[in-house]
Design a protein around this ligand. Sequence first.
Ligand SMILES: Cc1cc2nc3c(=O)[nH]c(=O)nc-3n(C[C@H](O)[C@H](O)[C@H](O)COP(=O)(O)O)c2cc1C
Length: 205
Amino acid sequence: MTLTFPMQDCVRQSHSKAEVLDISNLIKNRKSAVRFADRRLKPKEIETLIEAACHAPSSRNEQPWRFVIARSGTADFDAFIGIMAPSNQAWAQTADVLVLACYVDVFSSDGLANRTAIYDLGAAVAFLALQAEFMDLSAHQIGGFDIKKAKPLLPENPHLQPCVIVAIGEAETIDRLNEAEIQKASRNRIRNSVSDVCLSLRAFN
Ligand SMILES: Cc1cc2nc3c(=O)[nH]c(=O)nc-3n(C[C@H](O)[C@H](O)[C@H](O)COP(=O)(O)O)c2cc1C
């Protein structure tokens, strides 16, 4: 099914000046849960998260992202947990949903290599993560898994490349986290400054 948007959705909504100089709360508050609470997501919630990912921009609007979704308590979920690094298994198994996020590495029109497919997938997962924050959920991406063991878990397609597993659920409340989990959560919040990441600061003067 193709997602279509009415024309009025294509017109940018205006924001006040004060608002546009603030970082959105969705961006500020998003974080990767260190452990998930015992809450089952509704199928519609999962669909909405994937639909948010589908709104991401992509080179030539190719939309090269593909997702394999596994619910907790299923063989697929156990298979995804089974290929993770042990340090990830410990917390990821508390998630309700695991999404194996993949990209198609060629353009559908001409079969030529799509150099930015993995970048486009990253944008799609970022959209999913922000939508999760909007829905009071958390999406924690995992690169620490055996990529060779992920391939057999996908439909047969030489151009379908696994990239990350996204663990999704409601974040466990801080009062239920142990000391090590609280420390991990605070360590992860540290960010480089604007001047660290910009190779020149001339644009800001
Ligand atoms: C591509 C990618 C791979 C990641 N892999 C792991 C992982 O294997 N294990 C883990 O605990 N966190 C993983 N993370 C989560 C990062 O550690 C986390 O995003 C970072 O520390 C910032 O924390 P925050 O997301 O709460 O802001 C990964 C994140 C990304 C984007």
